[in-house]
Design a protein around this ligand. Sequence first.
Ligand code: SF4
Ligand code: SF4
Length: 422
Amino acid sequence: MTYHPTLPAYWDPDALEKDMRRIFHYCIDCRMCVTLCHAFPELFRRVDAKGEDSSVLDAADMQAVVELCNDCKLCFPKCPYTPPHAWNLDFPRLMLRARAVAARRSGISFRDRMLSRPETIGTLSSPLAPVVNALNRNGGFRALLEKLTGIHRETPLPEYHRETFAAWVARRGTRRPAGEPAGRVALFYTCTVDYNAPEVGRAAVEVLERNRVEVAVPPQVCCGMPNLDCGDVEAATAAARQNIGTLHPLVTAGYEIVTPGPSCGFMLRQEYPLLVDTPAAREVAAHTVDLCEYLMRLHNQGKLDTDFPQRPGAVTYHLPCHLKAQNIGYKSRDLMQVAGATVQVIERCCGHDGTWSMRTAHYDHSMQMGRRLFEAMREAGAPIAASDCVLAQLQIQKGTGILPLHPIQVIHRAYGLAGEAH
Ligand code: SF4
Ligand code: SF4
């Protein structure tokens, strides 16, 4: 059993089928993850309809389960049989391997190729941002887009901005603190922040600078998560190699890699060492830190400026699945509390998970998955909602009408920086 795409056995369809039957067998006996998503209930429903064991499942049954996994990773921390347990059970990576083997066999659709290129879409859309945003809100255009690409007409699409985050950095630069800095970071800003939420990147830079952290913004490409969503391991590996190439020299020079994106942080930390099995990949992974995790580290070292003139008040905070899967605790909550917020945490999946929910086949499942989160966010009724994931923010807005902030924006406001000229 392997989860390493660098090994030939990973790509062997017969070995994959054997591994799927073996792991499904354990899950059918256990059933602990039945409430987490639609993939597990589908597996149990199909096996119960036919017999008792995974041997009764055919290729269509297995594919149906794979289709319903949105790679939220929630089952991994819950499962008692993950490596180093002898059963070596990693359900999300098994699903990823099934998508990868299928993509190699049957190719990747036009829609998936398009969805996995946020930079191409962003580069084309940003200069025309007002027009693109208006079209994305237009029902007729969305119906046509759905017909041409299979992107569901109701799925919330992110807004574009004329000035991307990278363009803002090129215009403004970053400001080195006088004297010895409190820390040195390389910002992996993520393509979602670059094109769709540059205000999150600006807030990150300004909060870090306020805390006397030296910020480098190295050249970077999309982390590759959208490629993995459609099984394109080769493209994800190419992205990983490119990012490791620019990030590793900074790690060697003593910088920590800090990212505001939960899924992108998960990629750098957990997937890069599997995709690119080199010491450099492992060092990049070991030095990647979530943005709020980094700021809490500064706080624990007594280096965080705790003079917050504008205390945030009550905040309802959604903990994204890919942050939970990094097993780092509740650092964004803790940081907002340090800033004076009263935080209610909601640990429910929003159902978005990258590009999965955008597909016509999955949109309804995704909204159903997010239902409990939407209810909890509405019931909490705090004046501020927050989520670290820019795409989860859109899903929450779709489900509740409330648009959450990134926690770094809550901190940025608490410092009184939000109204200042950039
Ligand atoms: S992934 Fe693990 S915990 Fe979940 S159903 Fe399977 S065996 Fe049980
Ligand atoms: S990763 Fe998420 S969607 Fe996939 S099987 Fe696990 S809990 Fe379900």
